[in-house]
Design a protein around this ligand. Sequence first.
Ligand SMILES: [Zn+2]
Length: 371
Amino acid sequence: MTYTVPKLTDYSATGLEKAVAECIRLCIDEASLVSDDAELKSFRDRWIGRKNGILTQINDLWLKGAPKDAKREAGIRVNELKARIQELVEAAHVGSDENAASAAERVDITLPGLRRPIGAEHPVMRTSREMVSVFQKLGYSVADGPVVDTDYYNFEALNFPPNHPARDTQDTLFIAGQQSKPQRERLLLRTHTSPVQIRTMEQMRPPIRIVIPGTVHRNDPPDASHSPMFHQIEGLAVDTNITFGDLKGTLDHAMKEFFGSSVKTSFRPSFFPFTEPSAEMYVSCFICGGSGKRGSDPCRPCKQTGWIEILGCGMVDPNVFEFVKDNGYDPKKVSGFAFGMGADRIALLKYGVDDIQLFFQGDVRFLQQWA
Ligand SMILES: [Zn+2]
C-alpha cells in the first residue's frame, strides 16, 4: 500500500498524532521495499520532491486547512514529522544485497584519514587537577558527591543550624516547590563542596584523608570576579591527635609544591561555622615576589600588600563530628582539619586572567591559549 496524503479534519492532539504516526509507518514500509537505485530515486522524489512531494502536500493540506486555534500545534507537529521523514528518506538504501552497494559507497583505504583536532584541558580543570594531585601525593584520595544536595548536608550537619546568620553569607539557589517538606530535606544547589565531608564520614570510618574537587553554585550576579557557578577544591583529614601544626605543615607544603618553593604562607584568624579555630591562609604574592610592586607599577593581584588570600581552613568543629559520631567520629577521640579553596580564583591568579567570565564563555580564541 502506498501513502496518499489524507485531508485532515480532526485537529485535536490525538487526531494529529494518529495522522503523523500513519504517515511515518507507511514511509518506513515503502523504504523497506526499495530494491534498486532507480526505485530509491523515485522513493526519494515521491516523499521529499520539492514540487509535489508528500512533505510539500502535507504542508499545503494540513497546515493551510488548520482552524485558527489549532494552527500553532499543527505547525509544531508537521515540523516534527518533516524532520523524521527527512531522516527516514536519507537513511533509506537499496535492499540488503551487498553487491548492490554502489561504487560511491566503497571506502578507499589508501586516502589519508580525517584528522580530528584534539581539544585542550580547560584552565580551571587543569588548575583543579594539579592541586588535587599535590594532595594525592600526600596520600589523600579523591571523594565526590551530588551537586544537588539537601539542606541537611549543605548546612545543618556542617553546624549551620536553621536561621543561623552564617547561612546568609552563602546566597543559596533552592530547587522550587519544596515548601511542604521539612527544611532539612529541601533540595538546593550545593553552595560549597563541604557536604561531601559529611557524606564521606558517613561511609568511611577514621582515619580519612580526602580531597574533594567539584562544582558549586551561589546566587551571585556574574561580574569580573563572580560567577553563579564556580569550582572548589576542599580537603579533610581526620585521625587521632591531629593538630593545628599538621594543618599548617600540610598546607604550607602544598602551596610550595603548587606555586613554587619560594612562596611563604601566613595564617590569619577567621570564622567558619564548621571549623574552630578557623583561619584564612595567605601566600606571599607569586607575581611580584612579595614586594607589592612590578617594576615601578603597583602589583594589582595582591593589592600591593605582597600577600594573596588563597584559602579558608581550620580544625573541624566538634559539633560536626557529633553528626557522624556513630561511625567512629567521637569528638573526644578524633580530631581533624579541613580546608577549601576556589579553583577558578587560583586559575585567574596563576594565568593572569582578569575576568572570570572568560572561563565560561567558551570563546575558542581564549581557550586555545592552553592548547
Ligand atoms: Zn603582588
